[in-house]
Ligand binder design. Structure first.
Ligand SMILES: C[S@@+](CC[C@H](N)C(=O)[O-])C[C@H]1O[C@@H](n2cnc3c(N)ncnc32)[C@H](O)[C@@H]1O
Length: 187
């Protein structure tokens, strides 16, 4: 059975993240991925969850309370500044997820952008554990989305194959700019 895009993204992370690790939700939005990561790493793990919007931070906070998640640092800042938040004692990252685009049912002008997305991917790759994954769910049907998709693809296609495996997963017969998954594994 083929997995849907979000299920496949979660499946990859479930397979690669271990309990007690430090992991990243680079775009927390409504908090669904944050809760998902929080449960995988458990009470002694740590999730750093980023978003630039107040609405996303408060919605995620509520969801975390509802699910009794106490291992999350919610950070209202761009994931482009991620290195500022990685403590020296917890510097190895077990995995990360990005959901690109805009917050559903919200301001469509606040979108992820290639420059900060690529900067964050590069920062995480430096501290990612061996065999760890960065999983990016690429939505690109919105205004500004094509540019980000193309820049990101160009960047990851050129990652050195001796150091990284890069995979793309998506449904190629779907209409209207269907999202796809990019997964980068550090060798
Ligand atoms: C598609 S939504 C994320 C959905 C979320 N993962 C969920 O489960 O609901 C994309 C989010 O990225 C956020 N965003 C945009 N630019 C950002 C940046 N530079 N750093 C962090 N978050 C950003 C937006 O505010 C928006 O909430």
């Amino acid at each position: 059975m083929l997995k849907g895009i979000l299920n496949f993204a979660h499946y990859l992370l479930e397979e690669s993240i271990q309990k007690d690790e430090t992991v990243i939700d680079a775009t927390c939005g409504n908090g669904n991925d944050t809760v998902f990561l929080s449960k995988i790493v458990g009470d002694n793990g740590h999730v750093l969850a980023f978003d630039v919007q107040d609405q996303a931070i408060s919605t995620t906070k509520e969801l975390l309370i509802k699910h009794s998640c106490t291992n999350v640092s919610l950070i209202k800042d761009s994931h482009g500044n991620i290195t500022q938040y990685l403590s020296p004692t917890r510097s190895v990252i077990g995995g990360a997820i990005f959901n690109l685009g805009y917050l559903p049912k919200s301001d469509k002008s606040i979108i992820t952008k290639s420059e900060s997305t690529i900067a964050a991917v590069n920062s995480i790759l430096k501290q990612l554990k061996k065999d760890g994954l960065i999983v990016v769910v690429v939505y690109y049907g919105h205004s500004g989305g094509q540019e980000e998709k193309e820049s990101l693809l160009k960047h990851v296609i050129n990652l050195n194959q001796k150091e990284y495996n890069v995979m793309q997963y998506g449904f190629i017969n779907q209409k209207n700019d269907p999202p796809f998954v990019l997964a980068i594994q550090k060798k």
